[in-house]
Ligand binder design. Structure first.
Ligand code: GCO
Ligand code: MG
Length: 402
């Protein structure tokens, strides 16, 4: 089965998505997500200029060989642009292979290990009261696990707080908007939120929290400790993780479970974290970590150390990523949880999909392939609209981590 054509489709049904579509001489096509929030066009150019010409004429069944060809063959390895581009090819090829086999993708991976994929939603509010109400709304929708984020008093534009509704999206303006961050206020505020949530909703609901790289290791250790009474499912990205060794310090001080990895793109980014059991959940997902082929390796390494998966699933990852991730989640033995930030109705219409939400669980569906397609005619109605993620500064004006 030869690849005869491939193209990149950029569309903005509420936010920008980059999709690779590969076609074969057997009349089968597959799609893969290539969206890198705020840096979309870099991946478009990488695919159009450097990858698509290499794909034409290749055997679409040779997924592993094509992965190695693009990874080793480029000489320049890793990095979010490269790995998102490789992921898009890999996802589209797994989609095609599963269609050719007449199976949903999870069957090719090894079959279902569970009946459904436990997901967490993203509840947020301008203050504690609003977040408490938002958590209640998610619970009413059936969610068993909810990540709670709240504005911090006196902190302008704290991360993770949407502008209302279910469709949180941090990339909000053509040039990055600027926010101000105060760690000390946040460290006092966050435990109060979880104290209120436990008092209101009791012990059963799983609660998560995203720190979004804002703390130093010792501050992260302190937060983890102060959240222990509220038994979080995880504390996410508590400190930047380029320096994996930093997590030794956090780990030795707290039993709050730790989750890291949404900005990782390679197994090498998380090797120390996994091998030294410094984290509990690895959050790499299909689009930014080299596709199903590479994600499988990361999960395999993690399984040896009882680290479980918790794939990133924010709205800037397209339904094509979500669909592929759900097949992976249904199969992967050491599954933990999947993030599910709902897409807008416009996005869902551009990407018809087989996955469904029911009572706190997603299921990828039984359609052949990964079950997500793109309506190209509808996609053209939403032209690219450049948007970047905000930046954060401390009160003295120094740049901090967004
Ligand atoms: C999450 C994330 C997102 C990111 C976004 C960046 O855990 O959902 O932290 O909200 O900020 O995906 O593109
Ligand atoms: Mg996050």
């Amino acid at each position: 089965m030869r690849i005869i054509a491939a193209k990149v489709i950029v569309t903005c049904p509420g936010r920008n998505f980059v999709t690779l579509k590969i076609e074969t001489d057997q009349g089968l096509h597959g799609i893969g997500d290539a969206t890198l929030n705020g840096r979309e066009k870099a991946v478009v150019a990488y695919l159009e200029e450097h990858v698509i010409p290499l794909l034409i004429g290749r055997d679409a069944h040779r997924i592993e060989d094509i992965w190695q060809y693009l990874y080793r063959g480029a000489y320049w390895r890793r990095g979010p642009v490269t790995m998102s581009a490789i992921a898009a090819v890999d996802t589209a090829l797994w989609d095609i292979k599963a269609k050719a086999a007449g199976m949903p993708l999870y069957q090719l991976l090894g079959g279902a290990s569970r009946d459904g994929v436990l997901v967490y939603g993203h509840a947020n509010g301008a203050d504690i009261e609003e977040t408490v109400d938002a958590v209640g709304r998610y619970q009413d929708m059936g969610y068993k696990a909810i990540r709670a984020q709240s504005g911090v008093p006196g902190v302008k534009g704290a991360y993770g707080v949407g502008k209302g509704g279910l469709y949180y999206e941090p990339a909000d303006s053509t040039l990055p908007s600027e926010t101000v961050w105060t760690t000390s206020t946040y460290l006092d505020h966050a435990p109060k939120l979880f104290e209120r949530l436990r008092a209101t909703y009791g012990p059963e609901i799983e609660l998560l929290h995203d720190v979004h790289h804002r703390l130093t290791p010792i501050e992260a250790a302190r937060l983890g400790k102060s959240l222990e009474p509220f038994r979080l499912f995880w504390m996410e990205d508590c400190t930047p993780a380029e320096n994996q060794d930093a997590f030794r310090l956090v780990r030795q001080h707290t039993t709050t479970p730790l989750a890291v990895g949404e900005i990782f793109n390679s197994i090498h980014d998380c090797r120390t974290l996994i091998e030294e059991q410094l984290i509990d959940y690895i959050r790499t997902t299909v689009v930014h970590a080299g596709g199903i082929t590479h994600l499988r390796q990361i999960a395999g390494l993690a399984a040896l150390y009882q680290v479980r998966t918790g794939c990133h699933g924010a709205t800037d990852l397209s339904p094509a990523c979500m669909g592929a991730a759900l097949h992976f989640d249904l199969w992967v033995p050491n599954f933990g949880i999947q993030e599910y930030m709902r897409h807008s109705e416009e996005t869902d219409a551009v990407f018809p999909h087989a996955y469904t939400f029911n009572d706190g669980y997603l299921h990828p569906g039984e359609a052949v392939g990964h079950g997500v397609d793109i309506d190209e005619a509808l996609a053209t109605k939403y032209p690219y609209d450049p948007k970047q993620l905000p930046v954060a500064r401390l009160t003295d004006g120094s740049i901090w981590n967004w």
